[in-house]
Design a protein around this ligand. Structure first.
Ligand code: ADP
Ligand code: MG
Length: 408
């Protein structure tokens, strides 16, 4: 099944932007630590579209969500640090507008100078954003001439700025980030080079069932690590000690192992582990085989497993990685995860990383620059890969005659 991709969706290149009010929905949802941005990937990923719109002379209104604010004035979720950093990066004044739906924006837009852009304060300060509210959408539409979505990480959510707003706007499309994300992910969906391996890990099988199901017929094999691996091993009757296991997924996993066998697909499971009796000890030892002693828990794949996985990775032509091999946030348990990142970096094939923690792991490994693509959208990329339609894209797809009711 080929993906529908970007069929019928316009891009920012298709519009005459000069002097138009362009509402640019971005994903500037960066991690903050006491008001300091700890990873600005999402800001830098948005720059090509912002800079393009500015070069073309658009009057730019930028908008994003950030975190999960407890109420309108939740300072911890303010976009203020983002406004400051963005201003440095684009070399223009970024005016942070406190109330996204405020009437104050219209006079501001009239007087907007070439060296100024507007950034709306956190859209989620208005509960209407997550409720996909008509009212909020109408208020935003009242000043928007062209709507551009470049918030890939938010495309799987039918929120007001993603869904209800573009429904009201005739001239609408995507920015460069979404275009690139979908083109990259489509290479995994349509005719990937073989062998094609999916490297899956992370904490839970249950999070990944949809992806595993959709990959079952596409990939030549799975490489399994992380806590997920213990559910697989336990399903095969191998002792896993105190390791995290999803007991309610054992039957599913057992059945999946059989289906993979019937289809002749490769399934690589750990042949040894890094284990500890006390997770806080920051010390782990390698097991001699795939059995985990009764009082121990697995925190990473072992050295033999890393060797096995690395050689499979080096032979693959297409790789998709989602889910760390161990508790990589702790440097003592990060060897397997970073080792897999290195093997991917060394591999000549196409290599795509998806998932929030996996992207962070790839960054932390130092090999991020050698990946073909690291998706900025965790949930969105997984939903897309499992064949789901993303609300944020579907609303932009122009069917026959546009049903939009027009804009100002
Ligand atoms: P992603 O965000 O890339 O989709 P997940 O959220 O599925 O990845 O999984 C990431 C989490 O899995 C990490 O926080 C990591 O600590 C955890 N994890 C990996 N291996 C283990 C393990 N052996 N035991 C417990 N947690 C693990
Ligand atoms: Mg995660």
């Amino acid at each position: 099944m080929a993906s529908v991709g970007l069929k019928g969706i316009k891009t920012i290149r298709d519009f005459e932007l000069a002097d138009k009010v362009v509402f640019l929905r971005l994903d500037l949802n960066v991690p903050l630590d006491h008001g300091k941005i700890t990873d600005e990937t999402r800001i830098t990923a948005s720059l090509p579209t912002i800079n393009y719109a500015l070069e073309k002379g658009a009057k730019l209104v930028l908008a994003s969500h950030l975190g999960r604010p407890k109420g309108p004035g939740d300072k911890a979720c303010s976009l203020e640090p983002v406004a400051t950093r963005l201003s440095e990066l684009i070399g223009k004044e970024v005016i942070l507008l406190e109330e996204p739906s405020s009437e104050a924006i219209k006079p501001l837009l009239t007087g907007l100078r070439k060296n100024q852009v507007i950034l709306l304060e956190n859209l989620r300060f208005d509960p209407g954003e997550t409720e996909n509210s008509e009212e909020l959408a109408e208020s935003l539409a009242s000043f928007t001439q062209i709507y551009i979505n470049d918030a890939f990480g938010a495309c799987h959510r039918a929120h007001a700025s993603i869904d209800a707003l573009p429904k009201l706007i005739k001239q609408k499309g995507i920015g460069f980030l979404i275009e690139k994300e979908i083109q990259m992910l489509d290479q995994l969906m349509d005719k990937p080079q073989r062998p094609y391996l999916a490297i899956m890990g992370g904490s839970k099988v249950s999070d990944k069932i949809g992806v595993i199901e959709s990959f079952m017929d596409k990939v030549d094999g799975f490489i399994i690590g992380g806590a997920m691996a213990y559910t697989f091993l336990k399903a095969k009757g191998i002792p896993v000690g105190q390791s995290r296991v999803e007991t309610d997924k054992l039957n599913y996993t057992r059945e999946m192992i059989q289906r993979l066998e019937v289809r002749g697909k490769t399934l690589l499971l750990p042949v040894d582990h890094m284990v500890t009796s006390n997770i806080a000890s920051n010390k782990a030892t390698a097991t001699k085989d795939n059995v985990i002693p009764e009082n121990m828990m697995g925190v990473d794949i072992g050295p033999q497993t890393l060797k096995l996985y690395s050689s499979a990775i080096l032979e693959a032509e297409t790789l998709f990685w989602n889910g760390p091999m161990g508790i990589f946030e702790n440097p003592a348990y990060a060897t397997g995860t970073f080792g897999v990142a290195k093997a991917m970096a060394d591999s000549k094939g196409m290599k795509i990383v998806g998932g929030g923690d996996s992207a962070a792991a790839a960054e932390a490994s130092g090999y991020a620059g050698q990946m073909t693509h690291i998706s900025t959208g965790g949930g969105a990329s997984l939903e897309y890969l499992q064949g789901d339609r993303l609300p944020g894209l579907e609303v932009l797809r122009q069917k026959k005659q546009s049903e939009a009711v027009g804009s100002m």
